[in-house]
Design a binder for this molecule. Structure first.
Ligand SMILES: *Cc1c(COP(=O)(O)O)cnc(C)c1O
Length: 373
């Protein structure tokens, strides 16, 4: 059994992907070919954002966001500790300081009360609170309404890291439309993945979109050889855009299939583990299906039982960022990050993808001692 089965999706649309790749080879516009702009239009339509600017990967998308906002030395950027490293990795390079925030115990996304404490602490340290990067962890949108209210009151810009959450929604409003900017990733294993690296940013602000477009192509101005600012080289390959156009066409259907897989797991496992909590009005896209065991020993036992039955499971994430060597020295919520630490000890993720058959799910459930309803 595969943890994420990319081959099943490929088998479904292989003809269309082959044709899309052949089209790019025929036209020969490998850099910024017409597929790139077409994909940006479709992605913006999909989530309801006014503008989409694609780039080379999800980490670059975060870096471009901070560059576009002019984040720099003396600034504080708030990020959850319980996330993939990229969320905070981009901050020190700008000269700003990442400040770690705890997660909510039930949703694993940024805890608004911890954000407020972290902002006050940053001010005490003499830093200027500039941006907050909540993460749509495991596919569940962050608590955007509460976080935006704090960001507004504190004069902090909100950037949504939706690398795992593109297509998720809060009260019908999709990720990509919250905050000043949203970033996403098309890394192959993400819910909307390409066949290599890829990423994108979303915003409703036309000036910000134009700035991002310049920054991703060496700070280009109107004339090709008059670069007007210091940028980077971070374009999405035409080939990846062509592949993503075909994948986007079936994405909503895949998100629906993920709901069924998740519902089936929850029905069979909620008596034995803490199953994922999706708050009222929220739509998760189930980048991961993550269970919580009662302590590290119970988690070990569950993962061992799965392994014995040939079922893969993975810990996202075994170490919160504030406990990692490169990040241990940065400031954090002065109340500590107990929920990030507890989650790292207790959670594990099951095989999850839109093509997971009920029979395969039954094997996972049986290995965990779960049962119907
Ligand atoms: C995958 C991921 C990223 C980085 O995306 P890449 O395309 O791999 O650079 C950033 N943030 C989160 C939360 C991620 O899961």
């Amino acid at each position: 059994m595969q943890f994420i089965d990319l081959a099943a999706q490929q088998a479904r649309i292989r003809d269309r992907i082959d044709a899309a790749i052949a089209g790019v080879l025929e036209r020969g516009q490998y850099i910024m070919g017409p597929e790139v702009a077409e994909l940006e239009t479709r992605l913006a339509e999909f989530c309801g954002a006014k503008h989409c600017v694609s780039c080379a990967n999800g980490t670059d998308a975060l870096q471009l966001a901070l560059m576009a906002l002019g984040v720099g030395p003396g600034d504080a950027v708030f990020a959850p500790s319980f996330t993939f490293a990229a969320t905070a990795e981009v901050v020190p390079g700008t000269g700003a300081t990442p400040v770690f925030v705890d997660i909510d115990r039930a949703t694993y996304t940024m805890d608004p009360a911890s954000l407020e404490r972290a902002i006050a602490h940053a001010r005490e340290l003499g830093l200027a609170p500039r941006a907050v990067i909540p993460v749509d962890l495991f596919g569940l949108p962050a608590a955007y309404p509460a976080l935006q209210a704090i960001a507004d009151a504190q004069g902090v810009t909100l950037i949504g890291d939706s690398a795992q959450g593109f297509g998720g929604a809060v009260d019908g409003r999709m990720t990509g439309t919250f905050g000043a900017l949203t970033t996403t990733s098309f890394f192959p294993a993400k819910p909307l993945g390409c066949y290599g690296d890829g990423g994108a940013l979303f915003t409703d602000d036309g000036e910000l979109a134009a700035l991002l477009d310049s920054l991703r192509i060496h700070g280009k101005g109107r004339e090709k050889y008059d670069n007007v600012r210091i940028g980077v080289n971070s374009r999405l390959d035409t080939l990846q855009a062509a592949i993503l156009l075909e994948k986007l066409a079936i994405y909503e259907d895949e998100i629906e299939a993920r709901q069924e897989v998740a519902a089936r797991y929850t029905a069979a496992l909620h008596n034995r583990f803490i199953t994922p909590h999706v708050p009222e009005g929220y739509r998760s896209i189930w980048a991961q299906y993550t269970l919580r065991a009662e302590g590290a020993r119970a988690r070990d036992a569950a993962m061992t039982a799965l392994k014995a039955q040939g079922v893969p499971s993975v810990i996202y994430y075994p170490r919160p960022l504030h406990a990692q060597t490169a990040y241990a020295g940065f400031p954090r919520d002065p109340a500590g990050l107990p929920e990030s630490e507890a989650a790292a000890r207790e959670v594990f993720s099951l095989p999850m993808h839109p093509y997971l058959e009920p029979q395969a799910q039954d094997r996972v459930i049986a290995a965990l001692g779960g049962g119907a309803g």
